[in-house]
Design a binder for this molecule. Structure first.
Ligand SMILES: Cc1cc2nc3c(=O)[nH]c(=O)nc-3n(C[C@H](O)[C@H](O)[C@H](O)COP(=O)(O)OP(=O)(O)OC[C@H]3O[C@@H](n4cnc5c(N)ncnc54)[C@H](O)[C@@H]3O)c2cc1C
Length: 502
């Protein structure tokens, strides 16, 4: 529990408050005396739940935690699914370094410690896989360390070391450290997931009784394939096309910009000769807005979740390095994105997707209140006099932030649009060495321009602004806003993000 001042929550009037009437003879403050400043209230505010640990937990929280810890898992269940071990810290001196993503001896010792397993060398490393590895150099720690999340495959463990049976049968979850996960992990990328789904639901195999058995041969459904126009080939449009095409839909992917090869040349002309192609630039073209960027794979929706992992695995399928599956701060880079996008395109074409680069959607075709297609034109033609109609059963608009013409068009159809919070960009530049030395002190020499044992240092600025801090005249009803720095780009350069001459 902490005591804070200037807080409007649960005001508690204590004897510490200044007396509003300093002259006890007068029933009211003396009008001639200087005006009193309003009393400063002392209020008591409870620490956030995340800060209440150990003996500071409320009794109700302690009871809840105890009952959760005591939740016994049936012994047979312990051998199903897998066990996830989190917050395994290996000191930087004992770890092989940022690029090593397997299970080292030092990590095995940490695993044994958290599992309370007596002999680390008895644990076969093959039974463990690293799910996440990040570097923690916060000053509050005794020493910088690599922090791991690791999955334990019990079947493999028993296979390789049957003497662990007794130990597993006694193993219990520990909040935040050991978690038993019954759900099957995503074994593959989105393509595999869809193939498995189709095999099971279309009759190639059946998983009845938990066993996958071969059934009659695979048949495409006899019904007509739905015709879908996907507008935009950024991440959203590409993945929408992939999923729909893998599920058997007839897809036309429409992109106003150019394929990555031509787009690269157009961006080169913009940067070097300052010639802007209105429809093929940093924002428009195959791969979407982030293609000519640092390629940071930023997500705030649960990095270890099955859906995020399936997307990451799909990127690996198309040529991304495998370490993006494990890195705490995964990152691709434009040089890798270009061949990846080419592979993605070839896969889509192999599925029969009709990709139309240099084609812009100008309008929706609407009949009786339903969208029945799109109006398209050659994107090099701004007068739109060669518009063609493309009929379809559904339209996916995956047009990104920069397609202002599309949002105008939607408004003209009386479409209900809901604005997102506005993000304002701010650039801060400083030498990489400065950040390394501030964050890592003596360890900064280990960075070696990204080729060393520890990752290039970065930082993040996050601030939550309460309703109290905001001017409510302009923000009625606003309660809480988050301000955060988006990403850092070590060794990056500034580029003009133009999409119009104006
Ligand atoms: C310079 C820059 C750097 C970035 N760096 C990162 C990063 O490192 N990491 C990260 O996570 N995010 C980054 N982002 C953000 C990221 O790019 C976006 O979140 C992401 O691209 C959004 O994907 P999207 O598919 O929704 O839209 P977009 O990527 O914007 O794709 C929309 C596509 O639709 C096409 N289109 C638009 N209108 C039409 C039309 N009328 N007809 C046909 N086609 C149309 C466009 O040409 C475009 O290709 C960056 C963004 C920019 C601009």
């Amino acid at each position: 529990m902490s005591i804070t001042s200037n807080c409007k929550l649960i005001p508690l009037h204590l004897s510490l408050l200044p007396n509003p009437n300093p002259n006890p003879k007068l029933p009211f403050p003396n009008p001639n005396s200087p005006p009193l400043s309003p009393p400063k209230l002392l209020s008591i505010r409870c620490a956030k739940r995340s800060q209440r640990t150990g003996k500071y937990r409320y009794p109700s929280e302690k009871r809840k935690l105890k009952s959760r810890q005591q939740t016994q898992i049936d012994v047979p269940q312990k051998f199903e699914g897998f066990w996830r071990l989190s917050k395994l810290g290996v000191s930087v001196h004992r770890d092989p370094g940022k690029d090593f993503l397997d299970v080292s001896d030092a990590l095995l010792e940490e695993i044994a410690k958290v599992l309370e397993f007596p002999v680390a060398s008895m644990l076969p490393p093959e039974a463990f896989s690293v799910v996440r590895k990040s570097f923690d150099a916060r000053k509050s720690l005794k020493e910088p360390k690599f922090v791991y999340t690791v999955d334990m495959d019990v079947i493999k463990l028993l296979d390789l070391e049957p003497r662990t049976w007794d130990f597993i049968s006694r193993l219990e979850p520990k909040v935040g450290l050991i978690e038993h996960m019954l759900d099957e992990r995503v074994s593959g990328d989105i393509i595999n997931v869809i193939h498995d789904y189709r095999r099971i639901y279309n009759g190639v195999v059946s998983n009845e009784g938990g066993h996958i058995q071969l059934r009659e041969s695979f048949k495409y459904p006899a019904t007509k394939k739905p015709k879908v126009a996907v507008v935009g080939s950024g991440p959203s449009g590409l993945f929408a096309s992939l999923v729909l095409a893998e599920l058997g839909a007839d897809i036309t992917l429409i992109e106003r910009g150019q394929a990555v090869e031509q787009r690269g040349r157009d961006i080169g002309a913009l940067v070097v000769r300052r010639i802007l192609q209105l429809e093929s630039n940093f924002c428009f073209g195959e791969g979407g807005a982030g293609t000519w960027s640092d390629g940071k794979l930023v997500t705030r929706i649960g990095r270890n979740s099955s859906s995020v992992l399936a997307v990451m695995k799909t990127l690996v399928h198309f040529g991304a390095p495998k370490n993006i599956l494990v890195d705490g701060k995964p990152h691709l880079g434009t040089d890798r994105l270009v061949p990846l996008l080419r592979n993605f395109r070839q896969h889509l074409q192999g599925l029969g997707v009709n990709i139309r680069f240099g084609t812009r959607v100008d309008d929706l075709l609407v009949e009786n209140g339903s969208v029945v297609g799109v109006k398209i034109s050659d994107s090099s033609n701004y007068l739109k006099f060669d518009s063609q109609k493309l009929g379809c059963d559904a339209v996916v608009l995956a047009v990104g932030h920069s397609a202002r013409d599309i949002y105008q068009m939607l408004l003209s159809h009386d479409m209900n649009l809901c604005p997102k919070d506005f993000s304002v960009g701010l650039r801060i530049e400083h030498p990489q060495e400065l950040i390394n030395s501030i964050q890592y002190s003596g360890l900064a020499t280990e960075v070696r321009s990204g080729r060393g044992k520890v990752p290039v240092a970065d930082y993040k600025v996050v601030k939550y602004i309460n309703g109290d801090d905001l001017d409510t005249t302009f923000n009625p009803g606003t309660v809480r806003h988050g301000c955060y720095s988006f990403c850092m780009c070590p060794g990056g350069q500034c580029a003009e993000k133009l999409e119009s001459h104006s």
